[in-house]
Design a protein around this ligand. Structure first.
Ligand code: NDP
Length: 330
């Protein structure tokens, strides 16, 4: 069936400026790390992507090795994009990354070489069936490669017209400072940093958010729901089909009685705000103006809609924040 995007797609989303750039991102963006590989029916993937775009989610985040198998999330996205979204290309921000192992041999094993990054981007464009991505990321810092080489490759991608902007992911505060400096010299300013951030995982508060804020670099927070831990789904055990049950990236060993005690307390705070725990968790990462967007995953349309409901209440009283700190960190 032919897809017509909803006319009201821009009515309820809010858009936030990415650092001091000219680019706006939706407050909530959708990532395709899980749930878009060949292990999931294409119809479900299509339904999630359509609903997201219909709700104003203009940003989809990918990487070369999202799947399983590696590359399949980009390929599946490409198939859906070709049918549903091609005519909306200029309403979309698409990103991809290279940094983890991808293909055999010394040039595809990840890291930050110029050879790997530029070859990987060409492969990604082909799988997605697009001429360019909006953002190309170095997926992780590689201490065995000069930062100048890695960032020089990002700069080249922009000059080749294969990416409009560049980003880095999971770089420390210090490495981010260096990257900002090098990219400035190259004439391709760092648009955005993609770190993990949630009520349960606050490493970015040490110094990274300050580095980004001072330098006008945007921030998109990944796994803001702590891969599902900050939702109500594990309160009564590990449900079948969930990420923890499937032996994927969420280790069920993390779901200790102690951790669940925190989660239950946070769930009660969410209730007093008239929100679900997932909605509280998303509103919480967005409380800091330096966080441009919360980058969620969803395995169903229903989850996606639930998470988007966070936008109905993004405000916090000081004592709510204090209470969250008391219950979320020991
Ligand atoms: P989240 O923390 O949002 O976790 C998403 C998972 O939580 C879903 O798959 C689902 O689990 C569960 N969930 C989501 N919404 C709800 C809800 N309303 N109620 C109950 N459960 C819910 O983020 P992800 O870990 O998926 O990461 C998001 C994106 O961030 C990725 O797709 C990727 O784009 C990016 N990312 C980047 C990384 C990097 O190194 N740069 C690393 C990791 C992620 P279930 O499947 O069990 O239903």
């Amino acid at each position: 069936d032919d897809y017509q995007a909803s006319r009201g797609r821009y009515d309820s989303m809010s858009y936030r400026r990415c650092g001091t750039s000219g680019l706006d991102l939706p407050a909530i963006s959708l990532g395709l790390w899980h749930n878009f590989g060949d292990d999931v029916p294409l119809d479900r993937q299509r339904a999630i992507l359509r609903r997201a775009f219909d709700c104003g989610v203009t940003h989809f985040d990918l990487a070369n090795n999202y799947g399983p198998p590696y590359g399949s999330a980009e390929r599946n996205f490409g198939a859906i994009f070709a049918q549903d979204f091609r005519r909306y290309r200029d309403e979309l921000i698409l990103s991809t990354k290279a940094g983890y192992d991808m293909w055999p041999g010394p040039y595809g094993q990840g890291g930050g070489s110029r050879k790997y990054l530029l070859a990987s981007l060409d492969q990604s464009l082909q799988r997605m069936g697009v001429d360019y991505v909006d953002i190309f990321y170095s997926h992780r810092f590689d201490e065995t490669t000069p930062l100048e080489e890695t960032l020089g490759a990002l700069d080249t991608a922009v000059r080749q017209g294969k990416a409009l902007y560049v980003g880095i992911s999971s770089y420390s505060g210090q490495r981010t400072r260096e990257a900002i400096e090098i990219l400035r010299r190259l004439g391709t300013p760092l648009l955005i940093h993609q770190p993990s951030y949630s009520m349960l995982n606050r490493w970015v508060e040490d110094d990274l958010l300050d580095v980004l804020g001072v330098n006008g670099v945007g921030c998109i927070a990944f796994s803001p729901l702590a891969q599902g831990m900050l939702t109500d789904k594990y309160l009564k055990g590990v449900p079948e089909g969930s990420r923890a049950a499937q032996g994927k990236s969420l280790d069920p060993k993390l779901l200790t009685e102690d951790a669940l005690k925190h989660v239950r307390a946070l769930n009660r705070i969410a209730k007093t705000r008239g929100q679900s725990l997932a909605q509280l968790a998303l509103a919480w990462v967005l409380r800091d103006a330096r966080v441009t967007s919360a980058l969620i995953g969803a395995s169903s349309v229903q989850q996606l809609e639930g998470s988007l409901g966070a936008l109905d209440n993004l405000d916090f009283a000081d004592d709510e924040l204090k209470k969250i700190d008391r219950h979320a960190v020991e």
